[in-house]
Design a binder for this molecule. Structure first.
Ligand code: PLP
Length: 440
């Protein structure tokens, strides 16, 4: 695209497109956004000819890299036959095949797959399931509709999912509209205190609490906060003991980000409900799944009034289902998880080098995710991460920060040479920003 065409398209964008998480006045005045014309593997192609390494897999979705040829071929093939039908009173092969294959890779005991469109709706469906589940027990639980979540949690953008969240910048404008959730200390901040608070809530208020909802091992949008698998084991034991459901939100952590297929696998636990999206469809289409145990599913059987009265127009979309089925085949055929071992070591070594620099705090990594804080962590409106972003962009990598937390979460199959380049840009950009203006 020539520079005039590029500039004209950006002007039209600024006139009509309202961007997410963006102050549109400064965007319209000063921003020169990336204009992406194509993408392949870990690389994005800018209209001006630049090639940029995607350091966050496009909001954690393109786990197999952009435009994986097998996924693109599957999409085209499926599109030529059937793009969409409603899942009401109808079914189709892609939905059935994916549900079977998905249940087979889920923690044992999870076997009923409810489809929706994205991570937020996967969580929203789980919240509604958990609420209705308790209303339909033979023993009546009229008040068992509250939720426990963790401080620094992020579970999505619908109002129910927002209520579970605890990332200030997202919560403050909606404070009046949020449903009550009790937030426990994050295990990433204080493991023992978190479990103590959980135990106390469950011991004294289990008859009010429908479920504990957690992001397992990594709290993503809350600042890539990481904690030990043993917390999952304890949380599972406690919730089972007090008969409160455990909902695990694997929207970010699932499909191998942490080095195991599910973060739950590190602790060998089965939640009552698991939510999955993003990498589930290889970052190609909006597609999500909420999967449950027999116990949860069976609570909805019987009278017509016991049905789960929830559904999104595009749930189970054949294009998404066909691609999601192929994603699982690619994981197997290309040994994606095995390939993360070497890559995870490179990420962890890079984080260890950064840890030695003054003003770098809480350097951490797990599987295909590595992060450092350049402040106290969690200051979402801090601009230090954005300065790293600008430096990295000028060196050819896209490293969108979470406030003062900078991190890498590239595609799981990023070519090793691209990963070396990404990590070198990451380290040099952090170093340059800190040299210019030391943090605290
Ligand atoms: C753990 C978690 N849950 C839910 C969501 C919401 O997903 P979506 O943006 O697809 O609605 C996200 C998004 O980042 C997430 O990280």
């Amino acid at each position: 695209m020539d520079p005039q065409q590029r500039a004209a398209l950006i002007l039209r964008d600024k006139d009509k497109v309202w961007h997410p998480y963006t102050q549109m006045s400064s965007y319209r005045q000063g921003a020169d956004p990336l204009l992406i014309v194509s993408a392949q593997g870990a690389r994005l192609h800018e209209a001006d000819g630049r090639t940029i390494i995607d350091g966050n897999s496009s909001w954690w979705t393109s786990l197999l890299g952009h435009n994986h040829p097998r996924l693109v071929a599957t999409l085209a093939q499926q599109a030529s036959r059937l793009c969409h039908v409603a899942l009401g009173g109808m079914t189709h092969e892609p939905a059935v095949e994916f549900a079977e294959a998905f249940a087979a890779v889920c923690p044992p005991g999870l076997s009923h797959v409810f489809f929706s469109d994205n991570g937020s709706t996967a969580v929203e469906a789980a919240l509604k399931m958990a609420t209705q589940f308790w209303q339909q027990q033979s023993q009546n639980f009229p008040q068992k509709h509250e939720f426990l979540a963790l401080k620094s949690a992020f579970h999505g953008e619908t109002l129910g999912a927002t209520a579970l969240g605890d990332v200030g910048a997202f919560q403050v404008p909606l404070a009046g509209a949020r449903r009550a959730t009790t937030h426990l200390t994050s295990p990433a901040d204080d493991w023992e205190r978190s479990l103590h608070e959980l135990e106390q809530q469950l011991r004294t208020r289990a008859d009010h609490i429908a479920a504990l909802v957690i992001e397992p091992l990594i709290q993503g949008a809350g600042g890539m906060k990481m904690y030990e698998p043993s917390y999952l084991k304890e949380a599972r034991l406690l919730t089972s003991h007090h008969d409160v459901l455990l909902i695990v939100d694997e929207v970010f952590t699932g499909y191998g980000r942490t080095g195991q297929f599910w973060a739950c696998d590190h602790a060998a636990i089965t939640p009552d409900i698991l939510c999955s999206a993003k990498g589930l469809s290889g970052g190609i289409l909006p597609f999500a799944a909420t999967v449950t145990t027999d116990r949860v599913f069976e609570a909805f059987l019987g009278e017509r009034s016991r049905a789960f009265m929830y559904g999104h127009t595009f749930c189970g979309n054949p294009l998404g289902a066909a691609v999601a089925r192929e994603v699982l085949r690619v994981y197997q055929d290309e040994q994606i998880l095995l390939g993360t071992v070497e890559r995870a070591q490179l990420i962890s070594a890079s984080i260890a080098r950064l840890a030695e620099r003054p003003h770098v705090h809480n350097a951490r990594s797990l599987g295909m995710c590595g992060a450092v804080n350049l402040g106290q962590g969690g200051d979402y409106l801090s601009d230090v991460g954005w300065r790293v972003y600008q430096k990295a962009l000028s060196r050819g990598a896209y490293l969108r920060p979470l406030g003062d937390v900078v991190y890498v979460a590239p595609p799981l199959n990023i070519p090793i040479s691209d990963l070396h380049e990404l990590l070198s840009v990451f380290e040099s950009s952090v170093a340059e920003v800190l040299d210019e203006q030391p943090g605290d």
